[in-house]
Design a binder for this molecule. Structure first.
Ligand code: NAP
Length: 285
């Protein structure tokens, strides 16, 4: 099976690398070509446009920032939509607005191809280790055809039904994750301000009900002043924006989401490219 992979950022590079190592015939495209160099030297073929990539591949996998990025590679004369037809499958791993996922699904299906939305749980290290969790929704036939590839990049794959169910779950996941981590970091910044050692406080909280391996990973880095990006601040702000929009659409009362979205808005200009855990600095500034 030939796989075309579009988007070789933090997540996409790890995922494409694992697919290549598993023996798939790989075609890759990234706006910034330099990021494809390592994959190319290991045997992946670089395509000069998303359209060329889709012409050469059976499966078109996408892992890009947001709705705008997905539009940039799908639409227009060089976009991958131009090359779709019967027998091709598109799977979008990017976290996008659920309404856009529905739109992309229609555009793909109008051309006779099959579509899956496949947002993922897990970050840079699970992507590198092939240990993501894939939430899939869309054509069941496409899901079955992609299973052998999905297994090489994940520890768990779940089929949830029709588009945009997986996008909804992803939005809820990031809402719950961002609000919880933000509350925890606010607590540690609060501790520091009232004269407590945040590391001592963390060690105590981490031995109680707040113990959680992912919080532990993130907070140990914060306490070591390490904000190297695993999941960027700007991407989490983007996901909070999607969550606010979905909450508005469904008239949901989500005051914690609204408050945390404001904190991310406050820090966006200064911390966009840092890890999302830089939210700690927003409380500390
Ligand atoms: P990233 O490192 O910033 O990579 C973003 C990718 O999108 C790059 O390949 C970038 O190309 C491309 N891109 C951005 N704008 C574009 C445009 N206008 N046209 C064409 N390409 C464009 O982000 P990431 O962390 O890999 O995240 C990718 C997606 O996964 C996002 O939707 C994110 O929310 C989601 N996600 C991330 C994590 C995480 O922990 N990092 C976890 C789960 C889900 P260039 O290289 O040219 O900039």
């Amino acid at each position: 099976m030939k796989i075309g992979f579009i988007g070789l950022g933090i997540m996409g590079s790890g995922m494409a690398n694992n697919l290549l190592k598993s023996g798939f015939d790989m075609y890759v495209y990234n706006r910034t070509r330099e990021k494809a160099k390592e994959l190319e030297s290991n045997g992946a073929k670089f395509c000069s446009t998303p359209k060329e990539l889709a012409e050469k591949s059976d499966l078109v996998f996408i892992m890009l920032t947001d709705v705008g990025a997905c539009k940039a590679v799908s639409e227009g004369k060089d976009g991958f939509l131009e090359a779709l037809g019967k027998g091709k499958i598109v799977a979008n791993f990017s976290t996008v607005h659920p309404n856009y996922s529905l739109e992309l699904c229609s555009l793909v299906k109008e051309r006779g191809a099959l579509f899956l939305e496949t947002p993922v749980l897990g970050s840079k290290i699970p992507a590198q280790k092939g240990e993501l969790v894939i939430l899939a929704a869309g054509d069941k036939e496409a899901f079955e055809k992609c299973t052998s590839a999905f297994e090489k990049i994940s520890k768990k794959v779940m089929y949830l039904g029709d588009v945009p169910k997986a996008s909804y779950v992803k939005v809820v996941n990031n809402e719950a994750f961002a609000t919880s981590l933000t509350a925890y970091l606010e607590g540690l910044a609060f501790a520091r301000k009232i004269g407590l050692d945040p590391e001592m406080v963390f060690n105590i909280l981490n031995s109680g009900a707040l113990a959680n391996p992912y919080f532990e990973f993130k907070i140990k880095k914060v306490l070591a002043n390490d904000f190297e990006t695993h999941f960027s601040f700007e991407n989490m702000k983007k996901d909070l924006g999607y969550a606010v929009s979905v909450a508005d659409e469904f008239k949901c009362y989500c005051p914690t989401l609204a408050a945390v979205n404001e904190v991310f808005k406050k820090g966006l200009k200064k911390h966009a490219k840092e890890d999302m855990s830089a939210i700690f600095k927003v409380f500390d500034e």
